[in-house]
Design a protein around this ligand. Structure first.
Ligand SMILES: [Zn+2]
Length: 332
């Protein structure tokens, strides 16, 4: 037998599919020409390992191979018995008997492969490329207004030179560096329409992995994830938002950060801001069909729950020194 794929992968016929994979991975790493050196011997070994795996990892091929291998071993055993008999009797020529039992193993296997359906299908039939899925996060505002996003994708293609076999013209395929596939980086501009719902999918036809044997390309699916934003309400194109501030912030004034469809913006809270006071941010609402709304902020004075004793004492002091009676303010 020219090639014993089990010997090449250093396994027995009884091992599981998983063990075949493990053995292949280990040996493919060990004998990879990038690691073991780009010599003829290494390339030949690497080629054998890949060939062995190609056959043993495919149920149909493995089955054919096992049958042929058993037949060969049987024939070979018989052959050596005959050899011994021949030697003892010293009559027939051992070479002749050997010739009778030897057969072109690769041809036999090759013919079997050519005859079987999987080979035909694999070799000629166009195969659609795989679909690719990718996730993209957009803000709540972007979901309402619509947005254009740029995404980066890796698209794989079976190597057109070695057809995924990792070898071309009996040597390591230089076109794909023996990987059997090419990975292309592609940039897409995706227009996400206004009003898109969370978990919607946008399909870019033909932008998935490349088809094989002139098969159609797969599709690219972009899964939309809308990031929720709290404390806001939408009214037409306006965004209504309530923002809590502390009593001292209300008295002294402060600066706060607000997320808006235009990104984060700094908003000034004036000194002596009253509870319920509204701040209108013109043009910071939702953009739709060339119209843009406003953002309306309602300030809510809130007392923090976790006041320290020191803070309470300062309020006590404030109570002592304050001369204003807020309930008679209007009479004053
Ligand atoms: Zn290649």
């Amino acid at each position: 037998m020219t090639k014993d794929y089990y010997k090449i992968l250093e396994i027995t016929e009884q091992v599981s599919e998983e063990d075949i994979k493990i053995a292949y991975r280990r040996l493919a790493r060990k004998w990879h020409p990038d690691i073991a050196g780009n010599t003829k011997e290494v390339i030949s070994m690497f080629k054998d390992i890949n060939e062995a795996y190609e056959v043993l990892s495919n149920k149909v091929k493995k089955n054919e191979y096992d049958k042929a291998r058993r037949f060969y071993n049987y024939a070979h055993e018989k052959n050596s018995t005959n050899d011994r008999t021949a030697t003892k009797k010293n009559t027939t020529k051992p070479q002749d008997s050997k010739m009778n039992f030897s057969f072109n193993w690769e041809e036999f296997l090759g013919k079997k492969y050519r005859d079987s359906a999987f080979k035909k299908e694999e070799a000629k039939a166009p195969k659609k490329g795989d679909d690719i899925y990718t996730d993209i996060e957009i803000s709540y505002f972007e979901a309402i207004s619509g947005v254009t996003k740029t995404i980066n994708m890796l698209q794989t293609q079976v190597c057109p030179k070695c057809k995924g076999r990792k070898f071309a013209n009996d040597s390591f395929c230089s076109y794909c560096n023996g990987k059997g596939e090419l990975v292309n980086h592609k940039k897409f501009k995706v227009k996400i329409p206004a009003g898109i719902k969370n978990h919607s999918k946008i399909r870019l036809a033909g932008e998935g992995n490349k088809g094989i044997n002139n098969g159609a390309n797969g599709d690219l699916y972009i899964v939309i994830h809308v990031v929720e934003q709290s404390f806001h309400k939408i009214e037409g194109l306006n965004i209504l938002k309530t923002v809590p501030i502390t009593p001292y912030e209300a008295v002294l004034g402060t600066k706060i950060k607000i997320s808006s469809p235009n990104g984060n913006i700094d908003v000034k809270i004036a000194p002596r801001t009253q509870n319920g006071q509204k701040i209108r941010l013109t043009g910071c609402g939702i953009m739709q069909n060339n119209h843009v709304g406003d953002m309306i902020i309602t300030v809510e004075i809130k007392i923090p729950n976790n006041l320290t004793n020191e803070e309470i004492n300062l309020y006590k002091k404030l109570e002592e020194i304050s001369s204003c009676n807020i309930r008679h303010l209007e009479d004053a």
